[in-house]
Design a protein around this ligand. Sequence first.
Ligand SMILES: NC(=O)c1ccc[n+]([C@@H]2O[C@H](COP(=O)([O-])OP(=O)(O)OC[C@H]3O[C@@H](n4cnc5c(N)ncnc54)[C@H](OP(=O)(O)O)[C@@H]3O)[C@@H](O)[C@H]2O)c1
Length: 289
Amino acid sequence: MRPPLDSGTVLITGACSGIGREIARQLAHRARTLVLVAHSAERLAGLRAELEVLNPTLGVMLLPCDVSRPGEVGDMLAELSRHFISVDVLVNAAGAGERGLFARQRWGSIERMLLVNVVAPLLLVRRLLGPMLARGRGGILHIGAGAGQLFLPGAATYAASRRCLDGFIESLRLELEGTGIVLTQVAPGPVDGSEPQDDGERQGPQPLFHISAERCAREALAGFERGAALVYPGRAHRWVMTVLPRLPRAVRRALGRRVARDLQERSGAEAALMAEKPLGLVEDIPSLA
Ligand SMILES: NC(=O)c1ccc[n+]([C@@H]2O[C@H](COP(=O)([O-])OP(=O)(O)OC[C@H]3O[C@@H](n4cnc5c(N)ncnc54)[C@H](OP(=O)(O)O)[C@@H]3O)[C@@H](O)[C@H]2O)c1
């Protein structure tokens, strides 16, 4: 069973840069209509101009929207209904990630990661799945991250948000068996951007685990088309992700502990501040009362 990419309507979140943008480029000659979602209307308009040069017959609809706001997602889907557009394939590529020791992160950024990486994909899948089930065909390509399967000091919330979706996607995939809907999760490692200057800025050779957004998108779409449950793009990353999650937890903790120690040493001043004011120090944490 293949996802209906050819001559279908594909909605891509996070379309204006990185992996989402590359997926849009690679589908420009295949899809009938691309519905492009991201924050920035201006960057989306730039992408539309580029796609229309690649394929003048392609339909392109721009829906600027902050997916961390469920109300805006609802308005965006209502706009689709007003134009009688039904989505054949959903590509969740919008993502938010911020590094830092958890106790020092502002609640606003923790909440934003959860809203963009967890709530928005679930809301979109929940709203678009019904019509796909009714048609007996459809596809969902979720761009997650290898971080969901690792212990990552310095990225605890990000790892949690990815782990959450890992459980969701694997479980939902089982629920969807035999329905005609293809559900694939992509769990990349480090991916360089799709803008030409990203390559130009790099000094020296590409690090072993880094791949380009173009390659990530290509391997993601290939895995989606063969109905894979999980795709690790890039050979080196694929090898590590095959081995690392199988190590005993005690070994993985020991590896993580070294990373955490390095992090604390590097942010010595910050760590000292934390020792003076343990937890409760970030003023924007909402009261649970
Ligand atoms: N790059 C990596 O190394 C890497 C590694 C593993 C996993 N991933 C995951 O792969 C996905 C794509 O990553 P990327 O590096 O290609 O992304 P990126 O270049 O940082 O682009 C992120 C995209 O998401 C959109 N976006 C972010 N927050 C949004 C919001 N609240 N509402 C609407 N759009 C929003 C951005 O739009 P605006 O620019 O308009 O805000 C942008 O189009 C993400 O989920 C990321 O976590 C990336």
